[in-house]
Design a protein around this ligand. Structure first.
Ligand code: GRG
Length: 304
């Protein structure tokens, strides 16, 4: 039997994600063209087209289709989500933030183009993102305004920026950081944009307010689960690299779910969140909801 195909839904996630990622990658290539001045469009493309799992665009497209819309209505917004995500990674990697040299398997934007250009690439990608949502065709203007608002909130001082600032300001506290603050950071740095992906997909697909409410619940759960799993993967790779004892020493410096609650409890939390996410889709028949069910299961069990 083909193990990629879910026995319950007969859904082939691997084939689906390949197809959706190809669609998104082609659209991103068109959304950020190499044009004058290439000194900015080249670095914008460098980070945007560097690969990445494209989870946010996929969630947006899948939700739009699940509520009865088509891929075309959500494609600009799907790209916009990836551009906001990419710009946040460029800025996060800067020497004044995380000071990282590698991202998505290649040197970071500032390592290649310099810090000044990296900041501007991020700025330009953020602007392009909103331009793309606004340029959506065949969707009523009210829905576009609603999607712009959702994305703006997820990016700004109520979303990613909020998570990043609280994270920066709690640096050095290590494992004495409370689990509430850790959850706040995760909900804003990670879950906010995943939530916006699902909700904007629903908006572009013309979902009703009540429908959006339960989809938001689904998104909050997978968003937090995504980060809990990230923390768990971090432990596994650190302990693998350093050997068990050294790994433990290093981990106690860093506030993560496993550091604060232990590995087993963290795994249980992730599993519970995925179950809760799936139960938020109860209103849809299994076939219609299959992509979102499979994406939730993937987020709960991913290994990279
Ligand atoms: C958004 C206006 C604005 C500013 C940016 C720097 C900053 C403010 C926020 C930092 C946000 C950040 C780096 C969050 C981490 C998110 C995260 C889970 C990244 C990894 O996502 P994956 O695994 O990565 O989806 P790929 O490479 O697969 O796309």
């Amino acid at each position: 039997a083909d193990t990629r195909v879910s026995p319950k839904t007969q859904f082939d996630l691997q084939a689906y994600t390949k197809e959706q990622a190809d669609l998104v990658n082609e659209a991103l290539d068109r959304a950020v063209p190499l044009q004058h001045p290439e000194s900015i469009t080249d670095p914008m493309r460098y980070s945007t087209l560097a690969g990445g799992k494209r989870i946010r665009p996929m969630l947006c497209l899948a939700t739009c289709q699940m509520v009865g819309g088509s891929v075309h209505e959500a494609l600009n917004t799907a790209c916009a989500l990836e551009l906001v995500h990419t710009m946040s990674l460029i800025h996060d990697d800067l020497p004044s933030m995380d000071n990282d040299d590698f991202r998505r398997g290649r040197p970071t934007n500032h390592k290649v183009y310099g810090e000044d250009v990296a900041i501007l690439s991020g700025d330009a990608l953020l602007c392009r993102a909103f331009e793309l949502v606004a340029a959506t065709e065949n969707v009523p203007p009210q829905a576009i305004v609603q999607a712009v608002t959702e994305l703006a909130k997820a990016a700004g001082a109520e979303g990613l920026v909020a998570g990043q600032i609280v994270d920066i300001k709690s640096e050095g506290i290590g494992a004495s950081l409370g689990v509430e603050t850790l959850q706040y950071i995760h909900e804003h740095k990670t879950a906010a944009l995943l939530e916006a992906a699902v909700v904007t997909g629903a908006i572009m697909g013309n979902a009703g307010a009540l429908e959006i409410l339960s989809l938001r619940k689904y998104a909050k759960c997978i968003g937090l689960a995504f980060q809990v799993v990230d923390d768990i993967l971090d432990v596994s790779s650190t302990t693998e690299q350093l050997g068990k004892t050294a790994g433990k020493d290093l981990l106690s410096d860093k506030a993560t779910y496993p550091a604060l609650l232990g590995l087993e409890k963290s795994k249980a939390i992730a599993a519970e969140l995925i179950a809760e996410a799936k139960s938020s889709l109860a209103a849809y028949d299994t076939k219609t909801a299959a992509p979102l069910i499979a994406l939730a299961e993937y987020i709960g069990s991913r290994t990279n």
